[in-house]
Design a protein around this ligand. Sequence first.
Ligand SMILES: *Cc1c(COP(=O)(O)O)cnc(C)c1O
Length: 346
Amino acid sequence: MKENDIKNLVRPVVRSLRPYDAKEIPCKIKLDANESPFGFKGDIFRALKFLKTNRYPDPEAKELKIAIGRRYGISSENILVGNGSDELIYYIITTFGGPVLHPIPTFSMYGIIAQALGEKVIAIPLDRGFDIDLEKTLNAVEKEKPRLIFLSSPNNPTGNCFSAERIMKIIDASKGIVVVDEAYQPFSSEQGFLPLLRNYRNLVIMRTLSKIGLAALRVGFVIADAAIINEVNKVRLPFNVNSLSQAIAVAALKEKKQLSVFIKTIISERERLFSEMAEMNSITPYPSEANFILFKIKNPDDMYQALLRRDVLVRNLNDGIKGCLRVTVGTRQENSVFLKALRELS
Ligand SMILES: *Cc1c(COP(=O)(O)O)cnc(C)c1O
């Protein structure tokens, strides 16, 4: 069989897809993927001592749901756990279908998964302040009647929270489901949408442990009305979250002190990075409520390569957001190396 014969067998919507760009680039200071610079140590791994390697994981992740429920003050019937929130995006689109509406630029998986599943995608550009363009969005909601709307707030890669008022207007206007993806909520000064869950039956909130020091586990979760959870649960693969991840996540969620120190440190380092970057003449950093900062620069491609030569890896977004790079907040020392390099190279 020739290579082209295989291509011709592939569904047309998949043929034109580009894979998510998640390559491993070897580098000492890794500030490209919005991971936490702080990993958990020690005690949480004790949980693995009781792991039965011959048994399937708990298909319902009961203990993990209880641990999540405790942390956020919700009950298990309102929670669905996934192998990262990426998997849950897949499940949500599989369950409700399209059209799928999302702003742009935003997290690319909403569009990639919707396209892979053959659903229509409606991408509405953000306004100049990186907020939701309410008029265009409400027009599209009325005309195209999206069954799903994905809003990442704080938004990746711009870093800002969308206006809560605009989000509420969209939830009100939509006859479909509105997913507020709060992957970066722990770093935000705003309260987020959990307290509003009671008021809106079509609101779904997505969270993840990936950005707070547990990216290795692949644990994300959806919080929503039990009726929504029950429907999405029908398309979930039975053993989607493995036993190691379930056990370690339960133990880590109990480490409240460690978690809150990690988060506070990242927030204060973000503020330091921002104010130092703002003082550099040729750089415009955008205010962030997340664990990364988007910044504009004259020669982004050159700067990206120059930083890499100094062993600092950031994310080059010049393809999608002209002139922009994104840096994840690292440890104090990593951030200092990044700042020094940036100052000397710009
Ligand atoms: C990183 C990220 C995710 C993915 O989270 P996982 O739980 O690691 O799959 C989801 N949404 C947004 C906006 C992200 O930036």
